[in-house]
Write a protein that binds this ligand. Structure first.
Ligand code: GCB
Ligand code: CA
Length: 896
């Protein structure tokens, strides 16, 4: 070997040792056995009386029972079992078993001995396992048994919330092995070293490390900790060393402060410049490298003010983004990391700069991604709606907050630690009772403890408490004074009042609490992507009403200087098993669907917030539509089509024809578009740059108002009774039209009223009850009561007609939903109705009603064929015998 080669090799070796001596981590996600149910630990260990199912992690046992027709989902025990084979060389290492999360209590056994347990469904946890492993018989391996339980527990938050408490080991699990001398692995599953930036300005900055080194060996050690800072090109910027003497079996604290770094590259959402902190423990005697710690470092400073909002690195910055729930269609909360990463990218691509990780800490990928792509973040512990006034509840709450802070400490994206969401929404005890007052005091006392703990754990960040819109209550209980920033979840124009109530509410905050910075931590409106209306109404759950809502809120957030920012509720649709909705079990306020398809509101925000040129045609995924012409002589059906864009002017082409150009205003412009029957190609582009464009093909079915039209020959039609919206059945891409009154030559109902459920003042018509036996709940949830007839003036021929019924009055009382304060539980009288249905004078259903087919809240669909002769058309008569007649939907199809 030449000398040059030797030098080269040495350099290579030095490089490799600096970067490769991190802890050994092995995920052990594959090939677990799972059993859902109660069991004895010994039976699980011996495999007796247990029907195993093969699963991989991440895993949840609530993937399907949260969406079925039964209320409730499995909340109980689940058992996992796996044999792990540890490297024989690990005998002289410290080995840990590390969980990124399991919901909600976990007990772990190894080789028949209890290893430990953890409380809480959303934080990481780990255990040292050396004393439990066997190394003598490597082929035998080590049996790990994990019992997870997601039962309700009055001492574990969250007690009650508008989301589903899925059970399972739903994040990654690892084995971790380190040398006996290592950075602390027993500090709440954090990485044992905490990085801060005591001084930061545009001209200079420094950083500090605080941590613990553990010596798990039986001999004393002399070590050197070398910490280096590298920039994005891996150029070394700073270097700190400390010498430590470690006694056998001890933990030793250390602290390092760097010199000032001149002109640091600052971290911000626009320029997420990340440095790398790398610390290495060196054995001074053997020169062996023992452990390595690494963390991202972003130099940034920030401030919340009560009059001018938020500042990042000295610049006024409006925080705008979204909340994120962690579940996904068909996966429950057990998502691959890539999907968590994708959600953050969706906020980024929308032009957002902020995420509220709510209502609980999430997968580590979330904050890793925020650091890297540039999103500011707030994270919170899941104390939601109410507390339990016990020492145990308090201890668990404080411990969760402590775990959260330590585990996510080294993420430059994090600027706020929060706790308690809408904690006064469902207080205990009678409103006027003395116990209620004591309860409020206890809530405030717990808040104060969480606040103190947070400030002590991390004085470098802000604290926040997000409340529901009951200003005076929170203020009088003291919850607006305790945190550094107050968050309000505001739904004016949705759950309550009008849009303008938002500004009034914020103005009140500003007047009464002139020194308290404010963020709108939630705002949103349900948007069922299957429902549209050209005349949207509050609470009709159409995509169109939600658009109006978001437009108002974004303007308010941008225009009010003292408002630091806002986070949309929610980035994504999420499961809330107990929700009665147009889409049962779902909260569809997400601006992206449960399977991550953006809705119009997403494109609207993108047009308003993104700096990239955007042109997006609205309602892109609504590809099959219907329209009723004013007369059969017309060629086109005119409908509004919105284009979202941050370009100045948009040109629209429909079926190759230029429809002209329109200026955009506040991120959008609405064209009145002539649609022909059949496929329409719509193209929109920026007038000044044709390459910034979008296109969509929309299949229109046009109906002539007269069903005997030669120009638009009748084929089929679907009508939802008691409804004002258009509905799309997603399975078949079929449209349902809103009802209309019968006119000669056309179709429609005769007589009756639109059904409206008592007890929910917000729903403009229909009900929100879950209708069993259908995926098309909205068709059944709306109804015409007391209907006398339904007519189709179709030409002669053979037809198939389907009638859709559901008894909406059940006599069951369901508790009003917690988050909807206007909703009341109403005890309904059980309905009793009997009626006949006649088709063209002949009895189709005799004495139809609750005593036979019409069971409460169940879909009843009935098909019949009709031969129409001598120009009589179809006349369906409904004749009441007892109670009122009903009809929920009707469909007609021509056979020949
Ligand atoms: C809220 C809650 C959130 C709910 C949301 C809603 O204020 O904080 O958990 O999901 O309202 O959609 O009702
Ligand atoms: Ca209906």
């Amino acid at each position: 070997m030449t000398q040059r080669k030797i030098i080269l090799l040495c350099i290579l070796f030095a490089f490799v040792t600096v970067f490769s001596q991190e802890k050994i981590k092995q995920s052990i996600n594959s090939n677990w056995q799972f059993y859902k149910g109660k069991a004895q630990t010994t039976d699980i260990e011996n495999g007796k009386n247990v029907d195993w199912e093969d699963v991989n992690l991440p895993h949840s046992w609530n993937k399907s029972d949260v969406m079925d027709d039964q209320w409730g989902y499995y909340r109980g025990e689940g058992w996992y079992k796996k044999t792990v084979f540890v490297n024989p060389s690990w005998k002289n290492k410290s080995v840990y078993l590390y969980f990124e999360g399991a919901s909600q209590t976990t007990e772990v056994y190894i080789n028949g001995k209890k290893l430990g347990s953890h409380i809480g469904g959303y934080n990481f946890f780990s255990f040292p396992i050396n004393d439990f492993l066997q190394f003598d018989n490597p082929e035998k391996g080590n049996q790990i048994v994990v019992k997870v339980d997601n039962s309700y527990n009055e001492n574990i938050p969250p007690l009650d919330a508008d989301f589903t408490f899925y059970g399972g080991i739903y994040r990654d699990v690892y084995l971790v092995a380190t040398n006996e001398v290592h950075f602390d692995m027993s500090n709440k599953a954090s990485n044992g070293v905490f990085v801060t930036t005591p001084l930061v300005s545009a001209s200079s900055a420094n950083f500090q490390l605080k941590g613990i080194v553990e010596n798990a060996s039986n001999s004393s050690k002399e070590i050197k900790i070398t910490t280096k800072l590298f920039d994005e090109n891996n150029v070394e910027i700073a270097n700190i060393t400390s010498d430590l003497k470690l006694k056998p079996n001890t933990k030793t604290e250390f602290k390092q402060l760097s010199k000032a770094i001149q002109n640091p590259k600052l971290w911000s959402p626009d320029q997420p410049n990340l440095y790398k902190v790398v610390s290495v423990i060196l054995d001074k005697k053997t020169k062996q490298q023992l452990d390595l710690f690494s963390a991202p470092l972003g130099f940034r400073w920030f401030e919340f003010t009560a009059d001018k909002g938020f500042f990042l690195n000295g610049k006024p910055t409006k925080l705008i983004g979204a909340n994120r729930h962690q579940d996904y269609k068909d996966l429950a909360n057990a998502l691959p990391d890539a999907l968590a990463e994708k959600d953050m990218q969706l906020i980024k691509d929308m032009g957002g700069n902020f995420v509220r990780v709510a209502h609980y800490p999430q997968d580590p990928t979330v904050l890793e991604t925020c650091d890297r792509i540039g999103l500011l973040a707030m994270v919170e512990t899941p104390l939601v709606n109410r507390i339990t006034e016990t020492k145990e509840f308090e201890d668990n709450s404080l411990e969760m907050q402590r775990e959260m802070i330590r585990q996510s400490f080294n993420h430059p994206s994090v600027i706020v630690w929060a706790y308690m969401n809408e904690i006064l929404l469902r207080p205990r005890y009678d409103e006027k009772s003395a116990e209620r007052q004591t309860y409020y005091k206890n809530v405030a006392a717990l808040a104060q403890k969480l606040e103190n703990l947070t400030r002590e754990e991390d004085p470098s960040r802000y604290t926040m408490l997000p409340n529901h819109g009951a200003f005076d209550l929170y203020n009088s209980v003291g919850l607006t004074k305790i945190p550094m920033v107050v968050g309000w979840n505001l739904y004016q124009g949705w759950y309550s009042g009008e849009f303008g109530g938002l500004e009034k509410y914020l103005e009140k905050h500003h007047q009464v609490l002139p020194d308290k910075p404010v963020v709108i931590t939630e705002f949103g409106a349900d948007a069922d992507r299957r429902m549209r209306s050209q005349n949207p109404q509050k609470f009709d759950k159409t995509m169109d009403y939600a658009m109006l809502y978001h437009k108002h809120y974004l303007n308010a957030i941008e225009n009010l200087d003292y408002v630091a920012g806002g986070t949309i509720w929610n980035l994504v649709e999420f499961n809330s098993e107990g929700r009665a909705e147009s889409w049962p079990h779902m909260n569809n306020k997400g601006i992206i669907s449960w399977d991550r398809i953006p809705k119009d509101a997403y494109y609207f925000y993108q047009a308003r917030l993104s700096k990239k040129p955007i042109v997006s045609i609205g309602s892109k995924n609504w590809t099959h539509r219907s329209g009723v012409l004013a007369s059969e002589n017309e060629e086109f059906y005119y409908e509004n089509l919105e284009v979202f864009s941050n370009e100045n002017e948009i040109t629209l082409k429909v079926n190759g024809q230029n429809l002209g150009s329109q200026k955009t205003k506040e991120g959008s412009t609405i064209f009145k578009v002539p649609f022909k029957n059949g496929i329409n190609l719509v193209e929109a582009f920026s007038t000044s740059n044709e390459n910034v464009k979008d296109f969509v093909s929309i299949n229109y079915t046009l109906y002539a108002p007269n069903l005997n039209s030669k120009k638009y020959p009748f084929e089929n039609i679907r009508i939802s009774l008691g409804d004002k919206r258009q509905y799309t059945d997603e399975l078949m891409n079929q449209n349902w039209l809103p009802e209309q009154e019968y006119k000669n030559g056309s179709w429609g109902y005769v007589g009756g009223q639109v059904y409206k459920m008592p007890g929910n003042p917000q729903i403009p018509y229909g009900t929100n009850k879950l209708i069993k036996g259908t995926e098309n709940d909205p068709i059944y949830q709306t109804q015409r009561e007391g209907i006398e007839a339904f007519n189709f003036d179709v030409p002669d021929g053979k037809y198939e007609m389907t009638l859709y019924f559901a008894e909406l009055v059940s006599g069951n009382t369901r508790e009003a939903l917690a988050y909807n304060l206007a909703e009341k539980s109403v005890k309904e009288e059980k309905a009793f109705r009997v009626f006949d249905v006649l088709v063209n004078g002949e009895l189709l259903l005799e004495n139809f009603g609750n005593q036979n087919y019409l069971e409460p809240e169940k879909a009843v669909e009935m098909k019949t064929t009709i031969f129409v002769r001598v120009g009589k058309g179809i006349r369906v008569d409904f004749k009441a015998k007892t109670g009122k007649t009903i009809l929920n939907g009707i469909e007609l199809k021509r056979i020949f």
